[in-house]
Write a protein that binds this ligand. Structure first.
Ligand SMILES: Cc1ncc(COP(=O)(O)O)c(C=O)c1O
Length: 466
């Protein structure tokens, strides 16, 4: 099982050998530094899905052999994920589409009139689901340190305003700091308040044990944990999810329906209306097993060390500004955001792709309040951005470049990336770029159609193969 003696082999990733064409000529191995957005599938996940396909069939209500196999695989996947995340006895796991869906599901299940507290640094997926009719969303200012986060939460809860849920990320998706989850859970529980951990940015990067952490809910996405087959998960206490009407209404969530009445099912079926994503669930479970096989402690040690190298390497390049919510923080995932003095973030990202074959992300990373804070945009500036956006001008939105690491990242890739950034910082891009008026992004003036052609080929592969 463990290739190479007692140390398990690093899990293989689909697409590891893909080359990227360079606009400067030729091609080179693609360097993926965008794991925080979406991860490639693990090879074992892809082959497990392929092995499952001949058995794919309806779940729960089918009587045939294949339905029995599919149902058992779906339920085994649920169990595997409960165990991977260290859930408590009695916790429920509901399969969703992704973290955003999990958050919205929980928002729909909160007791009416609930108050939800977040920090303004959260991803939009953890800011917006609570801003809805019937709930009160409170957004605490971005704290200056982990200690300040703990005391701000404590001070807010001491004010005596009713709060039902604290929703907090495990790690910043922009700057990588780990949030002091244990302490935040302790504070919240002292006041009888539940905690939801947005685990999108930690599930594939560090060990999580819900029972030890004592958080009440956890949300995660398959496509961020090497299982991009459309499933996500919400794990946690069943009572709220069992009490309210289902988030989605339809078949699978009901025991009996008459012309004017409905008998909703028990959990988890109650919150999984419609035909479930069996392959997505199986993919997530296999990814969890493979991550466990390699060892989450090892994943964390390797990625956080490489992340620190990226951060310090960038900081050493003249003209590079690296962002941090808590500049001195020691514990960070491999997520680093930065800008080059005098160069637009989208220009830097376009040049890294076109001239170096490096894939990064740029913009505001679905965390607008945090980015405005990191970029020191005043309230007035935010107003101007809003006005210009309303006029269709997307170039007004500020942002940064984000490099994010994962299981496939190697030291040579990190070194290559740092040398590419150093070249760009020293002399700018070699090619000409222009702004695409629809998006406000820079694109090479001689925009090649490679990506489009490859996509067409892939989409029509089925037709031609047939
Ligand atoms: C911290 C965090 N939370 C939530 C999400 C939303 O995840 P998804 O798009 O898979 O729903 C993301 C996505 O980037 C994220 O980084």
């Amino acid at each position: 099982m463990c290739e190479g003696g007692s140390v398990p082999a690093r899990p293989g990733l689909c697409g590891a050998g893909v080359s990227a064409p360079l606009l400067t000529g030729g091609e080179r191995p693609y360097v993926n530094l965008d794991y925080a957005a979406s991860t490639p599938a693990l090879c074992r996940v892809a082959s497990a899905v392929e092995r499952m396909l001949p058995y794919y069939s309806s779940v729960h209500r089918g009587a045939g052999f294949k339905s029995q196999v599919s149902t058992a695989a779906y339920e085994a996947a649920r169990k595997r994920l409960l165990s991977f995340f260290g859930a408590r006895e009695g916790d429920v796991a509901v399969f969703t589409r992704n973290t955003t869906d999990s958050m919205n599901l929980l928002a729909s299940a909160l007791p009416p009139g609930s108050s939800v507290l977040t920090f303004c640094s959260e991803h939009h997926a953890d800011l917006l689901p609570w801003r809805r009719e019937g709930l009160r969303a409170v957004c605490l200012p971005i704290p200056e340190s982990p200690e300040a986060a703990i005391s701000a939460l404590s001070a807010e809860l001491e004010r005596g305003q009713p709060v039902d849920l604290v929703a907090v990320t495990g790690a910043s998706n922009v700057t990588g700091e780990l949030w002091p989850l244990h302490e935040l859970v302790d504070v919240a529980h002292r006041f009888g308040v539940r905690v939801l951990v947005d685990a999108a940015q930690i599930a594939p990067h560090l060990p999580i044990n819900l029972a030890r952490l004592d958080a009440d809910y956890l949300a995660a996405s398959g496509h961020k944990m090497y299982a991009p087959y459309g499933a996500g998960i919400l794990i946690g206490r069943p009572d709220w999810l069992a009490r309210r009407e289902p988030y989605l209404r339809g078949g699978g969530a009901v025991d009996f329906v008459t012309r004017d009445s409905v008998q909703w099912s028990e959990l988890p079926a109650r919150q999984e209306a419609g035909s479930p994503n069996v392959l997505g669930a199986v993919a997530m479970a296999v990814a969890a097993a493979e991550l466990d096989r390699y060892g989450m402690d090892r994943v964390w040690a390797e990625e956080s060390a490489l992340g620190a190298e990226v951060r310090s390497g960038l900081q050493a390049i003249p003209g590079v500004r690296v962002y941090a919510i808590w500049p001195g923080a020691k514990e960070r995932t491999g997520v680093v955001s930065f800008n080059l003095e005098g160069q637009e973030h989208s220009l830097v990202a376009a040049a890294l792709s076109a001239e170096y074959g490096i894939g990064v992300r740029h913009g505001c990373f679905c965390a607008h309040p945090l980015m405005l804070h990191l970029l020191s945009v005043p309230e007035q500036g935010a107003e101007e951005i809003r006005t210009r956006l309303a006029q269709g001008d997307h170039s007004a939105v500020p942002g940064a470049v984000r490099a994010s690491l994962g299981l496939g990242t190697t030291r040579p890739e990190v070194e290559y990336f740092l040398s590419a950034v150093a070249e760009l910082a020293a002399r700018g891009p070699r090619l000409d770029y222009e702004v695409d008026p629809r998006t406000g992004d820079f694109v090479p003036t001689l925009q090649p159609t490679w990506a489009l052609e490859r996509a067409r080929e892939l989409v029509s592969a089925g037709e031609t193969a047939g």
